[in-house]
Ligand binder design. Sequence first.
Ligand SMILES: NC(=O)C1=CN([C@@H]2O[C@H](COP(=O)(O)OP(=O)(O)OC[C@H]3O[C@@H](n4cnc5c(N)ncnc54)[C@H](OP(=O)(O)O)[C@@H]3O)[C@@H](O)[C@H]2O)[C@H](O)CC1
Ligand SMILES: [K+]
Length: 240
Amino acid sequence: MSLKAISSKDAAALDKDLMDIGGFSLDQLMELAGLSVSQAVYRFHPLTKGKRVLVVCGPGNNGGDGLVAARHLAHYGYAPSIYYPKQGKNELYERLKIQLQNLQVPFVPDFTAALQSTDLIVDAIFGFSFQKPLREPFPSIIRQLEETKIPVLSVDAPSSWDIQEGPPKAGGEEPGATFMPAALISLTAPKPCVKWYKGRHFVGGRFLTKEIADKYDLDLPEYSGIDQIVEVGVNADEKL
Ligand SMILES: NC(=O)C1=CN([C@@H]2O[C@H](COP(=O)(O)OP(=O)(O)OC[C@H]3O[C@@H](n4cnc5c(N)ncnc54)[C@H](OP(=O)(O)O)[C@@H]3O)[C@@H](O)[C@H]2O)[C@H](O)CC1
Ligand SMILES: [K+]
């Protein structure tokens, strides 16, 4: 299945539409996005493959999706831990942190050490608002994600990839040129950088109406039953 991609500019406008005219709050959208992420983890990495999931969260809403996903994963029986080196200021993130602390989900201080004791990594560092170049403290984190043999599932986009133009150029100074997560979940619709992506690809964010999908010329994925995710092919249309 090949779905049309949405540019970073349109993805931000669509989110605004969902809140301004669609009647959604950010909490709701993030909850549904994070729920989709947790289902993609369950599909890609069932509990039998190992319970330990290190969720790496960035300072924006991509990181918020990771915090929500970690809560659902804890309820499913996984053992999530969170690495959150630059924490978002919004009170929404504070509430998500309290929810995780109440479930005894640990916030770990050392990324390199945490990589030694996990079965899966969720990359919830940056989504559609990422703007290169990478700033501290993220370059070393991205280098370690590039080098690790542990499977990575990226949320909305592989962090460090330009949303429109894909991975940084090989041989350049920017880390991330060889970062290729084993799985990707695109939220609402694939972003243009999916063109460079090779791996298992899921789409989630089951809240789009036909009206909004038409406005942004998007395909509505065919979700089955109560699923919040659909597994799709690896490439989006190259119309952008
Ligand atoms: N409709 C949906 O599907 C929904 C998707 N959601 C998720 O939200 C993200 C987009 O979230 P947003 O908060 O707009 O932005 P990001 O999380 O992508 O990133 C912003 C933060 O990252 C920092 N940043 C950006 N570039 C860099 C860089 N080069 N180096 C270091 N840090 C960077 C940025 O920092 P500033 O200092 O620039 O402010 C921000 O802190 C989307 O992708 C989905 O995952 C929502 O959950 C709602 C529904
Ligand atoms: K990401």
